[in-house]
Design a binder for this molecule. Structure first.
Ligand code: SF4
Length: 702
């Protein structure tokens, strides 16, 4: 197998963390033992000249001494933490032999793949193709299921397409009213804050809706401290005012939407007074927001995981979309809806076939013409394409049921990021083969039979798609340690050893992109007019971009939505209870979230000294009311118990949280993994777990 020689070609790259994908450069310096430091780069129009702490420190994990530098195999079958190093050749031989043995005994679907939302578009695409063409298995899903799946389902239902932001960030400053619901931009996408500040400077009113007073809510004119689980009801009260005071945009509703009359009926019971009684949010505040948003000339609504990571996450998102559709604030300058993607390539990662039911270009796997198109590009018969599999968490349930015997995990740490992670641990212990490709021995890799060295963001060339839907090229800057293989080369070589190498013949990663573009042609996320050359020359292009002359589509829905009749669908939402409402035994709500110093499961940021020393352990935030009730003082430890287990945390007592809500960040594993307690109930359509609400009881530790 040819191995591309890793030659530095550029000092320009993009941060590996959040969906802003800020550009950065590596410059020589004696301030860091690697001889390099990260500086902001003006080479990209999104966050020109800015990087947050995570971006500035993003080199640290790349040069960390604990990076895996050669293939590792378990010394014994008990996976007792002893590894032996081996050659790539041995690794590929033995892994592929085991896969063949398992598939011969149990069938093709016995082997599964778990991907990630920080992988490049090319690797995301290849993982989907590898699963369906090389493994010939239906079981692939990825950690983006825990991130954007509710927003994606809502976008598809309302607009006919799922693109996180429907407008470029540059339009934020023209918005006169901005609602940020369940999104903590200041910590999760810090370089977006200047866009909000610019809007505010030009007179925009900013409303935040969050159970916590976050760093983002400090910028807000109005903060609504809503208890988790009441999102749909709260939005219905806004819609109630908009409907009954006739503040809606009649022409827009008539010309461009369906479903308004049902919404009119549904929101009637949710008067501001009733919703004040149910939520504690004052009726005058509700009226102020509803009138302010509806009457503003331009307006934007952004949502994120706070309201999406619930069993009712799709409906919550649909209701926020309703605010834009009823007031005509979408597809026009300075107006639009956006679900703010979290992961580095959260947008692109879900467009190219990593999802259990999708093919590249957002094509549905069960659609006959989609199967015909993609199988032709792949050179196989449509009949050879497996059917849809199951969502991320359900893969672990399938393992525990004995249906899946092997898993390949690439760029993800699901034992930290999955809900109720005892289920994942049980599954990992049951697997006959677990292969992990990663930079480090993560908590997931501790259960693996094989640990293969992955390539970092500075080592692998490729494309990503940021939260705006802007596709861009990220160049290679450094060699992999020991000139190891790149992730895409590992996938292709495994395909070769499985006897399917003829479908994975690429000279370069650009070849993979060109095939991806063909596979996406005619799909909703159409990349067929995009080339590496254009991306480099034009500093990114927004999809859809269906031909080489097409300028890309920064702004969605200016004329039509993606449903057949060109109209958007308004869905009347009846609020439903969470899967695990509080009761007398478990009287408080546990909600999880992110900190500015960490990223996802913390595999990289916990190994970054400057970040980790600022947030070395998770701390539970509680309200003084709860502290008094339980008898807690600052820094004392508290035991949190859900129906799935108990954990102990130091507490931070703060007025800035809703009294019955406890917040714990999720970036840690093992005894600090809050996902030991979270609920694995899944949303019916999106299969999103309910990370944001589970019922708990608490006790002070003396
Ligand atoms: Fe930019 Fe996000 Fe990286 Fe911070 S974490 S530098 S905001 S891409």
């Amino acid at each position: 197998k040819k191995t591309q020689k890793n030659q530095p070609v550029s000092n320009q790259s993009h941060c590996c963390y959040c969906s802003m994908q800020c550009s950065l450069q590596l410059v020589p310096s004696d301030k860091h033992e690697s001889g390099l430091v990260v500086k902001p780069s003006p080479d990209f129009p999104v966050a020109t000249g800015r990087l947050c702490q995570k971006g500035l420190n993003s080199l640290d994990h790349v040069v960390h001494p604990s990076r895996i530098k050669e293939p590792l195999v378990r010394v014994d079958q008990d996976r007792n933490n002893k590894w032996s190093n081996t050659s790539w050749n041995t690794a590929f031989d033995q892994i592929s032999d085991k896969i063949k043995e398992l598939q011969t005994t149990y069938g093709k679907d016995a082997v599964s793949v778990f991907g990630g939302g920080s992988l490049t578009n090319e690797v995301s695409y290849l993982l989907g193709k590898f699963t369906r063409v090389a493994l010939q298995s239906k079981y692939i899903d990825y950690n983006g299921r825990y991130c954007m799946s509710s927003a994606a389902a809502a976008g598809n239902k309302a607009f006919g397409v799922d693109r996180g932001l429907t407008l470029p960030l540059s339009e934020l400053e023209n918005a006169k009213y901005i609602i940020l619901a369940g999104t903590n931009i200041a910590e999760c996408q810090p370089t977006m804050m200047p866009y909000l500040m610019a809007a505010k400077k030009k007179g925009a009113v900013i409303v935040t809706i969050d159970p916590r007073n976050t760093k983002t809510s400090k910028l807000a004119d109005i903060h609504v401290r809503l208890q988790p689980g009441f999102d749909a009801m709260f939005v219905n009260s806004l819609l109630n005012v908009i409907v009954n005071e006739k503040l809606y945009d009649e022409k827009f509703i008539k010309d461009r939407t369906n479903g308004f009359s049902e919404l009119v009926e549904t929101v009637q019971p949710f008067t501001p007074d009733y919703v004040e009684e149910m939520t504690g949010i004052l009726a005058p505040k509700i009226r102020t927001i509803a009138r302010g948003f509806a009457k503003a000339k331009t307006g934007i609504v952004f949502t994120a995981r706070g309201l999406e990571q619930q069993v009712n996450g799709v409906e919550n998102t649909l209701n926020y979309i309703n605010l834009c559709l009823t007031t005509g604030k979408i597809g026009k300058p300075g107006s639009g809806f956006g679900a703010v993607t979290g992961q580095a390539n959260g947008q692109g990662g879900r467009e190219h076939g990593q999802k259990a039911d999708q093919l590249p270009g957002y094509r549905m796997l069960e659609n006959e013409s989609a199967r015909a198109h993609v199988s032709k590009v792949w050179g196989i018969s449509p009949d050879e394409l497996p059917k849809s599999g199951v969502s991320a968490f359900e893969l672990f349930e399938k393992i525990n049921a004995g249906d899946i015997k092997a898993m390949i995990v690439l760029g993800s740490n699901p034992i930290v990021s999955s809900p109720n992670n005892a289920v994942v641990e049980q599954a990992f212990k049951k697997l006959e083969l677990l292969v992990v490709v990663d930079l480090f021995e993560t908590e997931t890799a501790e259960y693996a039979d094989w640990l293969l060295p992955g390539s970092s963001f500075l080592e692998a060339e490729g494309t990503l798609t940021n939260l705006e839907g802007r596709v861009f090229h990220r160049g290679k800057v450094l060699d992999t340690p020991n000139e190891n293989l790149l992730d895409y080369e590992i996938i292709c070589e495994l395909a070769e050893r499985l006897g399917r190498g003829q479908y994975f013949q690429y000279e370069s990663i650009e070849d993979v992109f060109n095939e991806l573009a063909k596979a996406s042609a005619g799909g909703k996320a159409d990349y067929s007019g995009i080339t590496y050359k254009r991306l480099k020359e034009e500093k990114g292009l927004f999809w859809p971009c269906p031909d080489p002359e097409h300028p890309g589509t920064p702004k969605m829905f200016t004329k039509e939505f993606y449903h057949e009749d060109g109209k958007a669908k308004i869905f009347a939402i009846k609020p439903e209870k969470p899967a695990e409402p509080i009761d007398s035994e478990y009287p408080y709500i546990l909600t999880t979230g992110r900190l500015g110093n960490h990223y996802l499961s913390g595999a990289q940021t916990r190994r970054t000294e400057n970040l980790n020393k600022k947030s070395p352990i998770p701390v539970a935030e509680i309200h003084p009311w709860l502290a008094k009730k339980v008898g807690l003082i600052p820094n004392q430890k508290m035991k949190i118990t859900s129906r799935r287990g108990s954990l102990e945390f130091h507490v931070k007592i703060t007025e800035g949280i809703q009294p019955k809500t406890i917040f714990v960040p999720f970036h840690w594993g093992k005894e600090l993994a809050i996902n030991q307690l979270t609920n694995d109930a899944l949303a019916p359509i999106s299969r999103m777990p309910e990370f944001k609400i589970c019922a708990v009881k608490v006790k002070a530790i003396k």
